[in-house]
Design a binder for this molecule. Sequence first.
Ligand code: FMN
Length: 366
Amino acid sequence: LTGATTEPVAPLPPLAYQSLDDLERLAADRLDAETWSYLADVAEDGRTHARERSVLDAIVLRQRGLGDGGTVDTSTSLFGQSLRLPVLAAPTSGQAFVHPEAERGMVRGCAQAGTVAIVPMTGSTVIEDIGAQGVPWWLQLYLPSDQGVAAGVAAEAEEAGAGALVISVDVPVLARRRHVPAGYPAGWNERLIALRKGSPESLFILDNAPFTWKALAALRARTSLPLLVKGVLDPDDVRPAIDHGVDGVVLSTHGGRQLDCAPTAGEVLASVVEAVDGRCLVLADGGIRRGSHVLRLMVRGADAVLIGRPAMWGLAVDGEAGVRDSFRLLHRELITAMGLTGCWSIDQVHPDMEWRPPNKGGSWGG
Ligand SMILES: Cc1cc2nc3c(=O)[nH]c(=O)nc-3n(C[C@H](O)[C@H](O)[C@H](O)COP(=O)(O)O)c2cc1C
């Protein structure tokens, strides 16, 4: 019997859920109302967030079952780091309020699943404690106004073993959110600083430093770590970012939490990939809830993708093991989607895998 294996690594232990949507419901039951509201929150009317999912669902792939069969290989590598699947954990603030293992559980759970978590600078765990977990991780930060501080954090992250730095550029102002209009629950920063043993670094986000190319160039000059910018969606932002030496871009609407009339990663990927022209990696996130969503974004040109809320739901339900399981479920679904589209390895993913209705004029393709 030939065909795709359905299980990439050790068999999944029986899960209490069959989809990430089910996992979301379990997490909702587990969390207190304030934490849940923060996690689920969206900008204004939630239009961008809703469209992320519908854009992904609307990408149709060609079913190609007549291959020789074999074993689907989902592995890839980013900046020399091998990953068992092309899905990373997006940086998400508030992990300590979701589960006591917080960022430590997130990075370890990702490592168990064979991938990497991007730890937010505004998290509750100091950099050296993340490094002490002994697993791969990346650091996300907002560029502070003081370039010396940014360089210091970069050096500390490098010293503690971070694999890359991700600069988020999509919060020049914090959007009004539907549930928590101020963006963060009351007392948030005080609680974070206490958890961080008094370290004020978590206040970066309140720094309100406007992003400047100069600040990015200064950081580029002072770190040898791969540098990515997250939260770009436009070729006209991507081109100067590459000119300033970034190694990757992350197309993101911040999970539909910022501009509520933004295009989604799925929509802009083709134009961004054209602008990038192979000069840096292209990652994308937003609304990924199925393994086929991962594949659909990669067919449109992403090198890898990130999940934000789903990893948090896993953390909420079972800490490190819950994070691992959320990725494993997605991994299993990705294998299925690749097997059914006749795609046996990541290097075979190609734009031609997308199905487009034949354009015969008339009612078809119009
Ligand atoms: C609760 C929450 C907190 C987030 N915190 C950050 C953050 O601190 N820094 C950042 O760059 N993005 C942050 N994001 C955005 C995520 O990195 C990611 O872009 C988004 O969650 C992807 O969409 P998804 O949740 O549908 O997977 C956050 C998102 C959520 C839901």
